[in-house]
Design a protein around this ligand. Structure first.
Ligand code: BES
Ligand code: MN
Ligand code: ZN
Length: 486
């Protein structure tokens, strides 16, 4: 169920829990009922992310002191974190109220947007398959209490925050959905539904069409499966977008990655391979927000959807595939399938001659090893584009770190019989995967996001909930809505 966010300029708001911002310096609001020393005795210093639950005064059932740090300098990232901590500390309640969106000296719309994101993302759960109806958060209503002066900016932020948070929740739900409930066909149906709701142009390509288009990567990876593939093309065409204002997004949509005949072992990491479509989910979610956010850039998306299964008809080692751009690829490991389907998507993207191509994929375990669970890798051919991604990542608190496309490693992809093979050597797997992808983008400025690390978390943490994170969704939204031609 969705949470209703509203803005009120009245201080007499009723809610099950009221969040009162408290800095690590400066005065303490009388609504808290404790002074600085008493707070400190209870271990509350006012740091961002810290909260203290207190018995309410004057009608509120619970008061939560929300740490907002020093010097009234709250940033949107702090606000998201503080809001998530508030929602968690308040527990299972139906309504919240807080003045948090008015804190800090920055743009109040951005703070309010982050507060909405923090609260919704910290309380959202994938509940479709839970019998216990209490598993879902009961939260229905959140009131952001504002001064008259800030109300317009906060209302704008609330509107955008709800659009973004709903998109992230949708992407998380898709990634958390078990593979039998979300095949490539289901995913394409979902995209059709979202496109109709959000005014996007859509074309869905089936197996025969992909074959005719020469998408050998999609056909090859799908070959062992009884479920057919789907490629979804989505277009967002705002009026007045300049020729240099066109971004193409390509998402890896492996509905389930068994590894194919290079079968993965049955360890816990195998069970999360239902999330191997997290890139495609982030792209679909991003596309769903562009109209509502009045994005000025034209955006086209390709969602490359299939599972990767072993069977008598599956792709074999030594087989050679011809990709959409004509390059031939010798298969040395069927578990390196993401790059094969992205090869077709990137080729199609390059044919459109856009200003930039960005792909997002749960591509390599090596990236998880290199950067851990909190940080995504970024590689690419254009430093200005990568800078834009880095700046956007910093603004939305979805950390990314650039890895180099080391040209000398290209020979690791050399094949005896084809233009290249689909894996490199035992080391530098994220880089060789990136080099592989770079073969399909031509001269178009391009960046690749490897989200294998942050695609999921194992426990609730800030604005993230145990399970799929939809990492990259807010990063892509921020990047395309603030895109400058490179
Ligand atoms: N989907 C996986 C990568 C992955 C691993 C994502 C862990 C999330 C968590 C990808 O298709 C894969 O299997 N990659 C192989 C490539 C290797 C065979 C070159 C890998 O990383 O082991
Ligand atoms: Mn794989
Ligand atoms: Zn995969």
């Amino acid at each position: 169920m969705t949470i209703q966010f509203s803005v009120s300029t009245s201080s007499r708001v009723q809610a099950s829990a009221v969040g009162v911002p408290v800095g690590s310096d400066g005065p303490v609001s009388s609504k808290v009922g404790l002074n600085r020393k008493q707070l400190s005795e209870r271990g509350f210093e006012g740091r961002v992310g810290q909260t203290l639950v207190l018995n309410g005064l004057g009608g509120a059932s619970v008061v939560v002191a929300i740490g907002v740090g020093a010097g009234n300098s709250l940033t949107p990232n702090d606000a998201r974190k503080a809001a998530a901590a508030f929602a968690r500390a308040a527990g299972k309640v139906e309504s919240l109220a807080t003045t948090l969106a008015g804190v800090g000296r920055g743009n109040k719309a951005n703070i309010a947007q982050a507060v909405v994101e923090g609260i919704q993302l910290a309380t959202h759960r994938y509940c479709a398959l839970k019998s216990d109806k209490n598993f879902a958060s009961p939260l229905r209503e959140v009131v952001l209490v504002s001064t008259a002066e800030n109300a317009a900016a906060i209302s704008r932020g609330v509107k955008n925050g709800a659009v973004v948070a709903n998109a992230v929740c949708m992407a998380r739900d898709l990634a958390n959905t078990p593979p039998a409930y979300l095949t490539a066909r289901h995913f394409a149906d979902k995209a059709v539904e979202i496109a109709a709701q959000t005014g996007l142009e859509i074309t869905v390509y089936n197996k025969e069409e992909l074959l005719q288009m020469g998408c050998g990567g999609m056909i090859g990876v799908n070959q062992g499966s009884v479920e057919p593939p789907r490629m979804v093309k989505l277009s967002y065409n705002p009026k007045g977008a300049g020729k240099k204002q066109h971004v193409v997004l390509v998402g890896k949509g492996v509905m389930y990655d068994s590894g194919g005949i290079s079968l993965k072992p049955s360890d816990p990491s195998h069970a999360v391979m239902k999330m191997d479509m997290s890139g495609a989910a982030a792209v679909l979610a991003t596309m769903s927000t562009l109209g509502a956010l009045k994005c000025a850039t034209r955006v086209t998306a390709f969602l490359m959807c299939t599972d990767n299964m072993p069977s008598g008809s599956a792709l074999k080692l030594g087989d050679v595939l011809t990709m959409r751009n004509g390059k031939t690829v010798e298969i040395h490991n069927t578990d390196a399938e993401g790059r094969l389907i992205l090869a077709d998507g990137l080729s199609l993207a390059a044919e459109l001659k856009p200003s930039a191509i960005i792909n997002i994929a749960t591509l390599t375990g090596a990236c998880l090893v290199a950067l851990g669970e909190k940080v995504a890798g970024v590689l690419g051919t254009n430093d200005k584009l990568i800078s834009q991604l880095e700046d956007a990542a910093a603004r939305v608190d979805e950390p990314i770190w650039q890895l180099p496309l080391v040209k000398e490693y290209r020979r690791l992809l050399d094949s005896t019989v084809a233009d290249m093979r689909n894996i490199g050597g035992p080391a530098g797997g994220t880089i060789t995967a990136g080099l592989f992808l770079s073969e399909f983008v031509g001269n178009t400025p391009w960046a690749h996001l490897d989200i294998a690390g942050p695609m999921k978390v194992d426990g609730d943490d800030g604005w993230m909930q145990r399970g799929a994170t939809a990492f990259g969704t807010r990063l892509l939204i921020e990047t395309v809505t603030s895109f400058k031609a490179v």
